[in-house]
Each structure stands twice: as structure tokens, then as C-alpha cells.
Write a protein that binds this ligand. Structure first.
Ligand code: DC
Length: 207
């Protein structure tokens, strides 16, 4: 298919939306953009002393490539802080919208894709799981990478980020009215991916 087809996948930290998004993109041959990486890259620049608005306006693909550092807990908290700034969000809109409407289909995952970036997306999913389940998943991931953070610390981190992301004035974390909700608390990765693939397939076939 060479037409645009946008799949918007939103949800809180460690809900499984990243894994689901990658799997959906692979299954349908769509491009994938983890929009959290944009905010993480700006957050890291802020930690390095750069003004976050200037950093967002000057962001390049190369800034998104330092995977390990960008995916760490420090970058996540910094991302959540710069994501509160309306001028930072505004600077990142055009890139995300252009990506979403590229020929051949795109999956974008984040917090405001279905509500603000792509309100016309062909498919919208809102992926959730309880804070405890999400913290446990993140804890196992971090431990596998050699981190010595305790599960209690990871849970506190998840809750702090949920609060900041949900309560900010601009583009808060929220399900779009027409998003399909997918609670992954009691689903395996395979089950969650199957549900998401089914939702995309239904719409994809209809076009
Ligand atoms: O998805 P993530 O954990 O990598 O996102 C890191 C932070 O970036 C998250 O706490 C809030 C912010 N973010 C956002 O505000 N809007 C998005 N579309 C994606 C991420």
C-alpha cells in the first residue's frame, strides 16, 4: 500500500505500547516512530545545559541515536519535564505529522498521538496496565541491564512520571474519545500484540 495509514498508540510508561508498536509496524510493513525518543533527546540536551526549546527546534536524527543513554531512567525523567513546555511540544509537531502521513503507513507511539498529533489516525489504541504491573516490568528490564534500582524506587518513578504526564496543561496523557483501550495487565506480550494486530487488520481491510 502506498497511501498513508496512521496507527496511533498512546499510553503511560511501560504499558507495553513500545513492544506492541514495533510488532504492529513489522507485521504490516509500516514505519515506526517512538515519539518518546524525541522528548528524551530534548531532555538529555537540557541535562547538558542546552535550553530545551532551542534543543527541540534544532533536533536532528543523529540526536535520536544514542540508544542506551536515551532509554535510561534519567533521560525519562528529563523527557517528562521538558514535555510540559508548550514550545517544546510545538517544535516537534510538524516532524511527527509528516512521519505519520508518509506513504506506506506509519505507527507512532507516545502520549498525545491520538488526541493532538494525529486526531484523524485510521487506528487509535490506548494501552494501559496497572502502575504495579508496569513498575514490575520496568524493574525486570532495568535489572537485566545491570541496574541496582529497587522495585519500590521504580514504582515511585513510574507514579511520578504518570502524574506529570497526565496533569500537564498541554497535551496531557489521555485516551482519545474514539481510541480502543487495551489493558495489558493480565496479558502476555503475544496476547497484547495479537489484540493490537486484530484492531489494525479490521480497519486496514476496510480501506
Ligand atoms: O514513551 P517514553 O517513556 O519514552 O516517554 C518519555 C517522556 O516523554 C514521557 O514521560 C512523556 C514524554 N512524552 C510526551 O510527552 N509525549 C509523547 N508523545 C511521548 C513522550
Amino acid at each position: 500500500m502506498s497511501e498513508p495509514f496512521t496507527v496511533a498508540i498512546d499510553g503511560p510508561a511501560a504499558s507495553g505500547k513500545g513492544t506492541i508498536s514495533r510488532a504492529v509496524a513489522e507485521r504490516f510493513g509500516f514505519a515506526h516512530l517512538d515519539t518518546g525518543l524525541l522528548y528524551r533527546a530534548v531532555g538529555v540536551k537540557m541535562l547538558e545545559g542546552v535550553d530545551p526549546v532551542a534543543a527541540a527546534r534544532a533536533l536532528t536524527r543523529a540526536d535520536l541515536e544514542d540508544g542506551d543513554w536515551l532509554r535510561g531512567a534519567e533521560a525519562a525523567q528529563a523527557a517528562s519535564k521538558v514535555a510540559v513546555l508548550p514550545a517544546v511540544r510545538a517544535a516537534l509537531v510538524d516532524f511527527q505529522r509528516a512521519f505519520a502521513r508518509r506513504a506506506g503507513g506509519a505507527v507512532l507511539d507516545g502520549r498525545d498521538i491520538g488526541t493532538v498529533i494525529c486526531p484523524q489516525a485510521e487506528v487509535k489504541l490506548f494501552v494501559t496496565a496497572s502502575a504495579e504491573v508496569r513498575a514490575h516490568r520496568r524493574y525486570l528490564e532495568l535489572r537485566a541491564k545491570g541496574s541496582d534500582a529497587t522495585e519500590k524506587e521504580v514504582l515511585a518513578d513510574v507514579i511520578a512520571r504518570d502524574e506529570r504526564d497526565s496533569e500537564r496543561a498541554t497535551a496531557p496523557l489521555r485516551a482519545a474519545g474514539d481510541a480502543q483501550r487495551l489493558d495489558t495487565s493480565h496479558l502476555s506480550i503475544g496476547e497484547a500484540v495479537s489484540e493490537a494486530v486484530r484492531a489494525v487488520e479490521e480497519r486496514y481491510k476496510a480501506i
